[in-house]
Design a protein around this ligand. Structure first.
Ligand code: NAG
Ligand code: NAG
Ligand code: NAG
Ligand code: NAG
Ligand code: NAG
Ligand code: NAG
Ligand code: NAG
Ligand code: NAG
Length: 332
């Protein structure tokens, strides 16, 4: 939003000015050293931290050798009209910082870049802006996330912003993903609060990573960089059953016919946590019932067993039991 909007605005402003005036100003200030080239993309934003400096960056389509010289010109328009500050970038660097002492808060500036290389000299189009309108806030600072098995409350602070710009609010956006997944899910600022957001529809027992970034609410400015991540894990939820159980026919233990129960381990999606063990309850012909805890994925029951119920257990709960009648299949 920030970037293209800013360039559009600069262009519109530019076209509003009289071309003659522009040309005169241009000749006076810089002298016409190279062709005007709109393939030079110039962008400036004001940082707040560590101090209110201007960072101007440029991108040029063609490949230029490392000996190319870049000179940035910064002209005041309002308080100190026509005063121009020019600075040369470090070798091989496509950005330049204009120090706090060279800038006046609330001032309108015109900024352009000159490129000098062995085979090509050029001057960029001019950017026009008010310094207050091109602020790039520092990234927000996320606080530890509180989560339950299906959602999480993500909160953050903008300490430096409230220090300097308490009169403007920020709007923020979020992105999050599971730690094993490469792709982010983006939540635009329309859906996100100023200092917090409730993430919904999260999977239980899953590790997530979340980041936030903010932009001045009035739309004049740039998105901050993404914040550092907060990583959190949603707690377990009741496992989803029933367990898939069957009986192995004709199994014998110590020569005696017995019922061997077999089942499938719950898949992670259904387990929704760590399966601690499987609970097997069986009922004998005389109606007495027994309960045992078994590891995955079988249990041997006495020949007198009539019914069996199997459920998986995690730290939260057991699944609904799978109910198996042993008599019918057992006779085969
Ligand atoms: C200025 O911006 C450029 C491009 O965004 C970045 O690479 C560079 O680190 C920034 N410089 C400072 C001092 O923030
Ligand atoms: C300063 O720039 C703003 C827009 O950024 C414009 O509305 C205003 O007229 C300009 N003032 C001067 C004195 O150039
Ligand atoms: C700034 O430059 C413009 C155009 O060259 C000129 O009309 C104006 O008088 C200058 N202002 C100052 C304060 O020098
Ligand atoms: C670029 O500008 C420099 C300094 O004005 C000049 O010496 C050089 O010949 C120019 N190069 C080209 C290719 O125009
Ligand atoms: C087992 O319970 C059923 C139903 O309650 C009853 O009909 C049956 O007589 C009982 N069997 C024995 C052996 O107690
Ligand atoms: C049921 O039978 C088992 C042996 O199969 C025995 O140990 C148990 O005491 C009996 N329970 C009742 C209530 O009769
Ligand atoms: C039953 O499970 C144990 C592990 O808990 C395994 O070693 C054994 O082979 C299984 N028996 C059958 C008959 O699948
Ligand atoms: C288990 O299944 C048997 C036979 O299908 C049925 O009689 C019994 O009521 C069931 N018990 C439970 C707890 O579902």
């Amino acid at each position: 939003m920030g970037t293209s909007w800013k360039l559009d605005k600069a262009t519109t402003m530019g076209s509003r000015m009289s071309m003659a005036w522009l040309l005169l100003l241009f000749l006076k200030v810089s002298g016409l050293k190279g062709e005007l080239d709109d393939s030079i993309k110039l962008q400036c934003y004001q940082l707040l931290v560590p101090s209110h400096v201007l960072n101007c960056t440029w991108f040029i389509q063609r490949s230029l050798d490392v000996a190319t010289t870049y000179v940035l010109h910064c002209q005041s328009l309002k308080f100190q009209p026509n005063q121009t500050h020019s600075e040369r970038a470090e070798r091989g660097q496509n950005w330049l910082i204009i120090g706090r002492s060279k800038l006046t808060q609330g001032e309108n500036y015109s900024i352009w870049l000159e490129v000098f290389s062995a085979h090509w000299n050029a001057t960029s189009n001019k950017l026009y802006f008010n310094l207050d309108d091109i602020v790039k806030p520092p990234p927000p600072v996320l606080e530890p996330v509180e989560s339950d098995s299906a959602g999480a409350l993500v909160t953050w602070k903008n300490p430096h912003w409230s220090e300097f710009h308490s009169h403007h609010a920020l709007m923020c956006a979020l992105r999050y993903k599971t730690s094993t997944n490469q792709g982010w899910t983006y939540l635009p600022n329309e859906e996100v609060g100023q200092e917090g957001h409730d993430l919904e529809d999260l999977k239980p027992f899953t590790s997530y990573e979340v980041q936030a970034r903010c932009i001045p609410e009035n739309g004049n400015g740039f998105w901050s960089d993404w914040s550092l991540s907060q990583i959190f894990q949603t707690p377990e939820a009741a496992p989803l059953g029933p367990v898939d159980v069957w009986q192995k026919v004709g199994a014998s233990e110590n020569g005696e016919l017995s019922h061997l129960l077999l089942w499938k381990a719950l898949d992670p999606e259904s387990a929704r946590g760590v399966i601690l063990d499987y609970e097997v309850i069986y009922q004998e012909h005389n109606n007495s019932t027994h309960k045992t805890q078994c590891p995955c994925c079988n249990a041997s029951l006495p020949p007198t067993a009539k019914y069996a119920w199997v459920s998986a257990r995690n730290s939260i709960k057991k699944t609904l039991p799978a109910n198996l009648s042993l008599e019918q299949t057992g006779k085969n």
